[in-house]
Design a binder for this molecule. Structure first.
Ligand SMILES: Nc1ncnc2c1ncn2[C@@H]1O[C@H](COP(=O)(O)OP(=O)(O)OP(=O)(O)O)[C@@H](O)[C@H]1O
Length: 303
């Protein structure tokens, strides 16, 4: 297994001694991954990311980055991390290069790095154009360039596509993938839109109500999504229906039949098959688990 670049153990957090907004969160981000950190608004994503970045003090549990404890080796650890968690202040009247020059001084990195990051984020050809003339997507890419100046191994982006138009969303997604592929940066990217994260992540963590509900690779998530959804049937003759639906792997449960949900078309086909065989269908319901409902919510928010 690849090394973990971020590992949190039993991370729990309360604001002003209230109810925990995070509970026992064990995040495991493999080095080299694009880790989609997904959850509805208020789930605890930003709080988790702020704890990982040391912007909030850990109350309970621990954070380690590249095997080093954040509390014990804070400066060395944070040197490996770049982030875009709140909008950085861009100088509107300066060009992309000039903006980077200002921050280069702060980080104390070589001049050549400014040219490198301009290329990395695709802003090398913006010349004398001022930041105030940039599209939102370009501003976002410039903000990411700032976060990359000190060559971090890990980049943390909190909802980087929020407020962007469709073009900006695509630009940001492509940039995330390019940085990962070409510059070898591990990236944690948070979002409340399942469809968006699925397009770029290699790994995924899903948080809801301060608890991590799922963590794994994208194929593992897809397999789980399939397993979570069932069609529940009640018919005039469940015994006969079991035989008719053999190809759909039906199971009997408490006087009902359960068939794994695959698609709306298959659900319609099931109904048709039964009726054609003279079996009346009294009930046909999509049965959703909490996780499945969560997926539906996360997907519908993208509309
Ligand atoms: N400074 C704070 N004081 C009190 N409660 C807070 C504070 N910051 C966040 N919370 C609460 O903690 C919970 C988690 O918030 P958090 O911002 O981490 O969620 P999120 O998943 O990032 O959602 P969003 O995308 O809406 O920011 C929410 O209930 C939020 O209201």
């Amino acid at each position: 297994m690849s090394q973990l670049i971020v590992q949190t153990q039993q991370l729990t957090h309360r604001f002003s001694g209230g109810q925990p907004v995070l509970q026992d969160v064990n995040l495991e981000v493999p080095e080299g991954s694009i880790y989609g950190f997904l959850g509805p608004n208020g789930a605890g994503k930003t709080t988790t990311l702020r704890l990982i970045l040391g912007l909030l003090a850990t109350q309970q549990g621990s954070v380690s980055i590249l095997g080093r404890d954040l509390k014990e080796q804070r400066v060395a650890v944070l040197r490996q991390v770049g982030s875009l968690i709140e909008q950085p202040s861009l100088y509107a009247h300066l060009t992309a290069k000039e903006n980077l020059e200002v921050y280069r001084g702060v980080y104390g990195v070589d001049k050549i790095r400014v040219t490198e990051v301009l290329h990395l984020v695709g802003l090398a050809a913006t010349g004398s154009k001022k930041a105030k003339q940039f599209s939102l997507g370009m501003k976002q890419r410039l903000s990411i360039a700032l976060a990359l100046l000190h060559q971090p191994k890990l980049l943390i982006l909190d909802e980087p596509t929020n407020g962007l138009d469709p073009n900006g969303i695509i630009e940001t997604r492509e940039l995330v993938q390019r940085l990962n592929r070409e510059a070898g940066v591990t990236i944690i990217v948070s979002s409340h839109i399942l469809a968006e994260v699925e397009k770029m992540a290699t790994h995924m963590g899903i948080i809801h109500g301060g608890r991590l509900l799922f963590q794994g690779t994208l194929p593992q998530l897809q397999a789980l999504k399939q397993k979570q959804a069932f069609v529940q049937l009640q018919t005039s003759n469940n015994e006969a229906a079991l035989g008719v639906l053999k190809g759909f792997a039906p199971e009997r449960q408490n006087g009902h039949l359960l068939v794994p949900f695959t698609s709306q078309e298959d659900t319609a086909a099931i109904n048709r098959l039964l009726v054609n065989q003279g079996i009346d269908v009294y009930q046909l319901n999509a049965r959703t688990s909490d996780l499945e409902q969560l997926f539906l919510d996360l997907t519908s928010q993208s509309k």
